[in-house]
Design a protein around this ligand. Sequence first.
Ligand SMILES: *[C@@H]1O[C@H](CO)[C@@H](O)[C@H](O)[C@H]1NC(C)=O
Ligand SMILES: *[C@@H]1O[C@H](CO)[C@@H](O)[C@H](O)[C@H]1NC(C)=O
Ligand SMILES: *[C@@H]1O[C@H](CO)[C@@H](O)[C@H](O)[C@H]1NC(C)=O
Ligand SMILES: *[C@@H]1O[C@H](CO)[C@@H](O)[C@H](O)[C@H]1NC(C)=O
Ligand SMILES: *[C@@H]1O[C@H](CO)[C@@H](O)[C@H](O)[C@H]1NC(C)=O
Ligand SMILES: *[C@@H]1O[C@H](CO)[C@@H](O)[C@H](O)[C@H]1NC(C)=O
Length: 412
Amino acid sequence: MTTVPHCRNQITMKERLLIMCNAASLLFYTTILTIVLTFSLFYYPRINTVQENNQTNIFTPPYTNGGRSCNLFKGQWIPDMRDSLYTNFSCTTIPYRRNCFFHGRKDRDFLHWRWKPEQCELPRFSPKTFLSIVQGKTMAFIGDSLARNQMESLLCLLSTEETPNEVYKDAEERFWTWEFRKHNFTLMVLWSQFLVTATETMFNGSATDGFDLQLDKVDKKWSEKLPFIDYAIFSDFQWFFRQNYLYEGSKLIGCVYCQAPNVTDLGLSFAIKRAFQAAFEQINECKNCKNIFTILRTFSPSHFEKGAWNTGGGCNRTRPVKIEDVIGRDSNWELRTIQVEEIEMARERGEYRGNRFEILDITDIMGMRPDGHPGLYGGNDDWKKGYSDCIHWCLPGPIDMWNELLLEMIKR
Ligand SMILES: *[C@@H]1O[C@H](CO)[C@@H](O)[C@H](O)[C@H]1NC(C)=O
Ligand SMILES: *[C@@H]1O[C@H](CO)[C@@H](O)[C@H](O)[C@H]1NC(C)=O
Ligand SMILES: *[C@@H]1O[C@H](CO)[C@@H](O)[C@H](O)[C@H]1NC(C)=O
Ligand SMILES: *[C@@H]1O[C@H](CO)[C@@H](O)[C@H](O)[C@H]1NC(C)=O
Ligand SMILES: *[C@@H]1O[C@H](CO)[C@@H](O)[C@H](O)[C@H]1NC(C)=O
Ligand SMILES: *[C@@H]1O[C@H](CO)[C@@H](O)[C@H](O)[C@H]1NC(C)=O
């Protein structure tokens, strides 16, 4: 059994300083950093608490198709000649780092695939339908940069029907609110890498890569907004792959990847479970909240090939792969299942109050799309040349389909 390479061992101090000296790239760098550990996970002994992968057992709401129920998350990508609903000209809010064509991506075939569930059709995204359903409501994407990636896709899709107004943005674009005034619809993104309270771990007066997580305390930055929220889409993963210390009250109960004397390594799945448990409990116990429609967006796979992000790995494929050719599929599925178990538990506890819990299960679907990432066309020119982004997704691109699934869920 190979040991888990720790991220510190993989990156020399010189490389780290080189990358970290640019403050603007820090956020991006730190997200990418975690992929080293994502990779190491493929060689990590199986997480015992996670059950064996069994696709047929997943929770599947009865999306009906002429009376038949249909699992929207099982199917295949098939060719589609139609163009995307938006382009980098029609949508002016595409962020710099997701605007792959602007940065010179030449191949366009990756835009010409649509998701075909086995037993039904997934309708094309209809901004009109979406906006009519969410009229008078507030929707929040809560999580890290991939949560924002989906919000940015939705923003582009909806702006073909109504131009949104930006009403709030912080300096780092971590908290961002838009209004569709004609439809009285508010769309926001709330940054929270762990969902629970986290502060950077200090060592001898300087910050480390890791965080101190308060597992029994949800992050106020999103939870204080709950009373205004009708739809909450949660997703978080990347930042858990670090050397993090876990607290309950003021007590240190363990860590993840710390290898420190006298501190128990409780494992990645423990930390993720407890954080999501705390978040969903907050929803079920919120007194002054509406009936919140809560959605878990599952693990979004990355696709570094021929190395990790900092050892020459990249993603230059131009078409989807078949499900049996997805690299690391079992590991992806295990990671997905940790969170799915938590939302299923929350549903049992909270559904009688009128709260709804659903799963936007994109893990396998996106595993098949190694062609959808910015790769070398993510505009990271402040980096050492040659580094690829195989974590986030190009706009337009296959990530737009997440919002087609989202629409099917809120339609019912
Ligand atoms: C998954 O579970 C179903 C029903 O429990 C079973 O029939 C099937 O053989 C299982 N599939 C795998 C791949 O384990
Ligand atoms: C849009 O993409 C084209 C390449 O397809 C590129 O030349 C152009 O600069 C991009 N425009 C914007 C506004 O991003
Ligand atoms: C917008 O929606 C909010 C929340 O449902 C409601 O209180 C308000 O009256 C609506 N405003 C208009 C102009 O419809
Ligand atoms: C802590 O920082 C001080 C001052 O910068 C330094 O002299 C000392 O060696 C450091 N200790 C450790 C354990 O790194
Ligand atoms: C670890 O625990 C042992 C026994 O309780 C103690 O003697 C030792 O000082 C501790 N080490 C550290 C680094 O705290
Ligand atoms: C993709 O990258 C590999 C090396 O990582 C290279 O051998 C291959 O030619 C590249 N493919 C394309 C289409 O650029």
